[in-house]
Design a protein around this ligand. Structure first.
Ligand code: FO1
Length: 320
């Protein structure tokens, strides 16, 4: 069993890469839930949904979120209520787009949570409904919320930052509300315990992997087995492959490069996988305390993806 610590798009693509070289049911993905949000009373787990839909080959590949062949009739109908919404009401938010088919996932999740099911149970049910054999699990069954402090504005939720502000505003702080009181879910703890190797996916180290690391005891247990933990840099040539990781790192005092990533991960992982464009920084990655392994990491073809998956696992002694 291999465990992957996962955010959204980058992690989903890496899990697909792993599926090219090993059976899906030998992969566990422990997924960030700090981005979770409630809209229209519906419980939405963007990273879990992105991973589920990608692994199921049902994702809209251009957007990187939501389902392919989506229609938006419910969102269009919602717009009717905006003019009558009283000042101060947060009803009918139209800035967060929920497609008609995607809504069914959130209806099901919310109804099952209301019946008393855990997020772990519902995640497994949704994955099975999509024919996914990878073991997908939320990092925790408790509520953890990423709160972003925006310069000149103050604290807002992650989705308000990411979608409503289109991650275009400067950030001065991050916190993971509820993380210190929360624990890894039982399934996630078991998956990490059973894993021969743990891969930190090429996800945003601060807002995708950060919430996981903020859960009680996670950093300590990763540090205890750091020889079996390998990370893939989400920063290639000084830029994030997707999303605001590079800007966010800079704004929060981290170098937006593989060296900055190495400084963040050195306490918990022994190897950093970096792209050939960053090969000249390998000595600085090593100086930061991580072994650098150089291999193409932009997953643009199945061949490159499979080679990345194989090389990543080989770096921690798993030869497929
Ligand atoms: N991202 C957007 O940029 N705009 C959206 O309207 C949007 C809606 C949305 C709905 C459901 C879902 O599961 C994800 C959605 N995302 C949207 C993506 C998501 O919010 C972010 O990509 C992640 O939170 C960042 O990891």
């Amino acid at each position: 069993m291999i465990a992957v610590l996962a955010g959204g798009v980058g992690a989903a693509r890496f899990i697909r890469a792993l599926m090219l070289v090993m059976p899906a049911d030998e992969i566990s993905a422990v997924v960030n839930t700090g981005d979770d949000t409630v809209m229209h009373g519906l419980y939405i787990c963007p990273d879990l949904d992105t991973v589920t839909y990608t692994v199921a080959e049902a994702i809209d590949a251009d957007r990187g979120w939501g389902l392919s062949n989506e229609t938006w009739r419910a969102m269009q109908a919602l717009a009717r209520f905006v003019p009558v919404r009283p000042t101060g009401s947060s009803a009918a938010p139209t800035w967060f787009n929920l497609g008609d088919q995607d809504l069914a996932t959130h209806f099901y999740r919310t109804a099952r949570l209301d019946e008393g099911a855990t997020l772990t149970e519902v995640t497994d049910e949704i994955a099975r409904a999509f024919g996914v054999h990878v073991k997908l699990m939320p990092m925790t069954d408790q509520r953890v919320s990423t709160v972003v402090t925006v310069v000149d504005e103050g604290d807002i939720s992650f989705q308000e930052y990411f979608v409503q502000r289109q991650h275009g505003v400067p950030v001065s702080n991050l916190r993971f509300e509820g993380a210190q009181q929360a624990a890894l879910s039982t399934a996630a703890a078991q998956a990490l315990h059973d894993a021969k190797a743990i891969v930190i996916a090429p996800s945003n180290p601060l807002v995708s992997i950060g919430p996981l690391r903020a859960l009680a005891g996670v950093d300590t247990s990763l540090a205890a087995r750091r020889e079996q933990v390998v990370a893939i840099s989400p920063i290639v040539g000084g830029a994030a492959l997707k999303g605001p990781a590079d800007r966010m790192m800079l704004e929060l005092g981290h170098e937006p490069s593989v060296v900055g990533v190495a400084r963040l991960y050195a306490p918990i992982a022994s190897v950093l996988v970096i792209d050939p464009v960053d090969a000249h920084l390998a000595p600085l990655v090593e100086a930061a305390g991580m072994r650098a392994v150089v291999v193409p990491s932009v997953m643009s073809t199945p061949e490159i993806s499979a080679a990345l998956a194989r090389t990543t696992l080989a770096a921690v002694g798993i030869h497929l």
